[in-house]
Design a protein around this ligand. Sequence first.
Ligand SMILES: Cc1cc2nc3c(=O)[nH]c(=O)nc-3n(C[C@H](O)[C@H](O)[C@H](O)COP(=O)(O)O)c2cc1C
Length: 192
Amino acid sequence: MHVAPMNKIIIIPGSSRKESFNRRLAASVAKVLEAQGAAATVVNLADYPMPIFDEDWETENGAPKEAKALASLIGEHDGVVFVTPEYNATLPPILKNAMDWLSRDVGLKVYQDRVFALAACSPGGLGGIRVLSHIRDVMVSVGADVITPQIAVGQAHTAFNPDHTLTNERSAGMLERMCAVLIKRIQTSKAA
Ligand SMILES: Cc1cc2nc3c(=O)[nH]c(=O)nc-3n(C[C@H](O)[C@H](O)[C@H](O)COP(=O)(O)O)c2cc1C
């Protein structure tokens, strides 16, 4: 009997704050992906501290070992979900900095050969919808394959049940669909 290899998806929250809502949303994404048959890994960018990107620093040192380590871990996965806060309508520096380092010489082409999805969470009503279009622009500029379904979870203080499910049915449905499309796209690109 042929058993298809499990699809492996890494989830990267753009906040390492202890009580981060985006880390909570990352746990929700992982739960749904696993329920849909994928293997999910959630990382914490605090475990990969990188200097603020500087070309002189890069010329002297190359990419930081933490960027190479994160790239190597991403390389073991078929898909990536960025789960990001919105800071002043755009990307938080910890995530943008990591994304810039990952676009450099880190041992593999992080933004090729895998499929990406985007999610955001905010205490505000719009859930960080503006950062999603900014991060999508960045992803397009590095040539990444990003699926169209995405999710912005607002009212973060009341958005999560203790078991990591989402309290809002519509958001829960959007999350299910985003995960299903991500897995399907991974399968399609693996078959190609
Ligand atoms: C510098 C800064 C700028 C922010 N700008 C926005 C914003 O543009 N839109 C928004 O919805 N929330 C904004 N917030 C509030 C964040 O959504 C909130 O702090 C959120 O909890 C951060 O995500 P986290 O809980 O995952 O750490 C901002 C917060 C900070 C610190």
